[in-house]
Design a protein around this ligand. Structure first.
Ligand code: GAL
Length: 643
């Protein structure tokens, strides 16, 4: 149930056997290799140097390790970049992003597609049936370092072709984009320009289509790799390692053709990535916030259709955030068990040994950079291996009773036209997730349009475009369904619905939104009624024939209900949000436990896990002797009960 990321090409060959042996002794079963090694696979065009990889795979496999092989397309080698200068990406300001780190390619380069297909095929042909090979990882972290949206000549060419396919005629394109505005009409697809470097903001509809287009390219590129691998490597699975708080492409689409999803869990690094205020950053600086890793475990379990791995687990301080504290003692072990509680099949640490050279030399590994001396994180990985061995095979993960609809387009739309600079979709969803998890509940994430019938409670923190499929699923939902602000506020082509927001949701909610208002920091609009607190950042004016459950200070509806559908017309503060979640749970008939800010629960089959991110013990309201851990959950530790 544990794995590790290993780079044989970084270490003397006479260390490999001892490394493999130590991995086994630590309790590691899986080893991921190869995802950046193109310059070692193919030092010159068509001159393959497989010898070292043969020996590495045989050594690792010989020690009983199961190998996950990465396709090396995140790092095209220098000779390839020189041959095809057009494959490097261009940033939004029009500057080239050159060779010398990684991800220096655009998904729009046809030459790069051909070259990727060629190296993937060569690798899959050679190792697809290797006895120690169990699975594949495609590329590495699509989109990392802001590389989904590239803005060069190749991108423009591919975008025009995409528009031609989607709109057939320039007239239809002009109509869809509302190009009569500011004389933006084009007479042919060749007149379409990239929606960047305009004097003021570009047409939001063009921008949204550009995002969709690049997102679809990521999915198609991944599918191309999967098709090749599947041809040569029967019986092996394929995954991709997604990232945390990353929304530049539609992960549901990529997940569709993978065997399962995986993600790279850097809980402390992500504290710096998330728009927390200083107080929260400080509070969670060396433990992480107790919902950051779980949020992504649940999201990627959804993307993986019930299955996921943590492909890279933070083992100590990372190198890439503005500040990189060492995790508080206990956290590496806690995160490992927590991932399993959320249904992970495997947790694989990044990396076996800290590198003493190049960009990531300040990034911890399970071992110190010298040779075989475990780091503090390595010692905790050994403890986690021991815990997992004591637990034995874990029961299957059941469907949760609460679902959150996660919509990548919602992020694109609200990022393109935030209306208030702090209207951030990922943050809104995270806060709703946090509030429902504070009530002790398990959560599944679902794509818009996924079946909702089996959920007692469905949360859609914001769903600006309600597609026909999403509408059908929402109509068919039998539990309580709660929508947040801006739901139903846009058409597919980024305009306001003819009959006003919430567009297709009007018939479910019996209401119209006639005005929206973004609120400067510090501005609060009181809310009272079934929920109390205030709106911040955003509020709406709703006209309704439905029942009003709470009103704003000026008497306008803040929360309405029609049958099993509720609409919250604002960005709620913490108090209003937690009362809202409690109200929803009562309506849905869900029993809840109010947890302290540092504690979370999670069930897997008949096991209940409690995780304590705090500094004081937590006395759990459960009877019976724990399977593992203390009845009072120790700080930075966990307890597991069997029911
Ligand atoms: C991930 C990446 C790894 C390594 C790691 C460092 O984003 O996949 O290759 O760079 O971060 O934390």
């Amino acid at each position: 149930m544990l794995g590790v990321c290993y780079y044989p090409e970084h270490w003397p060959e006479d260390w490999w056997a001892a490394d493999a042996q130590c991995m086994r002794e630590l309790g590691i079963t899986y080893v991921r290799i190869g995802e950046f090694a193109w310059s070692r696979y193919e030092p010159r065009r068509a001159e393959f140097a497989w010898g070292w990889l043969d020996r590495a795979m045989n050594t690792l496999g010989g020690a009983g390790l199961k190998i996950v092989l990465g396709t090396p397309t995140a790092t095209p080698p220098k000779w390839l970049v020189d041959e095809f200068p057009g494959l490097t990406p261009i940033d939004e300001q029009g500057r080239p992003r050159g060779f010398g780190s990684r991800r220096h390619y655009t998904f729009s380069s046809q030459a790069y597609w051909r070259e990727s297909a060629r190296i993937v095929e060569a690798l899959a042909e050679r190792y697809g049936q290797h006895a120690a090979l169990v699975g594949w990882q495609t590329d590495n972290e699509y989109g990392c370092h802001n590389t989904v949206l590239s803005w060069g000549a190749e991108d423009l060419k591919a975008f025009r072709a995409w528009l031609r396919r989607n709109y057939q005629s320039p007239e239809r394109l002009n109509e869809a984009w509302g190009s009569a505005f500011w004389s933006m009409e084009v007479r042919s697809f060749d007149e379409v320009a990239l929606p960047n470097l305009t004097v003021t903001e570009p047409n939001p509809a063009a921008r949204l289509d550009y995002w969709r287009f690049q997102s679809e390219q990521v999915a198609a590129y991944d599918r191309m790799q999967c098709d090749i691998v599947r041809r040569h490597s029967p019986g092996r699975w394929i995954t991709h390692n997604f990232m945390g708080f990353f929304n530049d492409f539609d992960h549901w689409q990529v997940g569709d053709h993978l065997d399962f999803a995986s993600w790279d869990s850097y809980p402390i690094g992500l504290v710096e990535r998330f728009p927390f205020g200083d107080a929260e950053r400080e509070r969670w600086q060396d433990t992480s916030h107790p919902d950051i890793a779980p949020f992504h475990h649940d999201l990627y379990r959804g993307v993986g259709r019930g299955r996921f791995w943590v492909m890279e687990q933070q083992p100590g301080p990372v190198n890439w955030a503005p500040w990189n504290p060492a995790p508080a003692r206990g956290m590496v072990r806690l995160w490992t068990l927590e991932a399993h509680a959320h249904g992970a099949d495997v947790v694989s640490y990044f990396r076996w040994r800290q590198a003493s050279f190049a960009q990531e030399q300040m990034h911890a590994g399970l071992n110190l950079p010298n040779s075989h001396e475990l780091s503090p994180g390595g010692r905790e990985a050994a403890m986690a291996a021991n815990d997992l061995a004591r637990l034995g095979e874990l029961p299957a993960t059941a469907q949760a009773q609460v679902a959150i609809v996660y919509d990548y387009e919602a992020h694109w739309i609200t990022a393109i036209q935030p209306h208030g600079v702090d209207f951030r979709y990922p943050e809104l969803v995270f806060r709703w997730y946090e509030a429902i998890r504070r009530l002790g509940l398990d959560v599944d994430f679902v794509a818009p349009g996924a079946p909702l019938e089996n959920y007692r409670l469905v949360l859609a923190p914001s769903l600006p475009i309600v597609s026909d499929g999403a509408e059908r699923a929402l109509v068919a939902a039998t539990g309580i369904v709660a929508f947040g602000p801006r739901s139903g506020s846009k058409t597919r082509h980024f305009s306001i619905p003819e009959d006003l927001p919430p567009g297709p949701l009007q018939r479910l909610l019996n209401s119209r939104v006639t005005e929206v208002s973004s609120l400067r920091p510090g501005v609060k609009v009181g809310i009272s009624g079934a929920i109390c607190g205030h709106a911040e950042r955003w509020r709406e004016q709703v006209e309704t024939r439905a029942e009003t459950l709470a009103t704003f200070a000026d008497g306008a509806p803040a929360l309405i209900v029609e049958d099993n559908y509720l609409y919250l017309a604002c960005w709620p503060n913490v108090d209003a949000l937690s009362m809202f979640m409690a109200l929803l749970c009562r309506k849905a008939g869900l029993s809840t436990i109010e947890l302290p800010g540092e504690v979370r629960l999670r069930r897997r089959g008949d096991l209940t896990f409690a995780f304590n991110y705090g500094e004081t013990p937590w006395r759990a309201p459960f009877s019976g002797q724990p399977l593992l851990g203390e009845p009072e959950v120790v700080p930075r530790n966990f307890t597991i009960w069997r029911s």
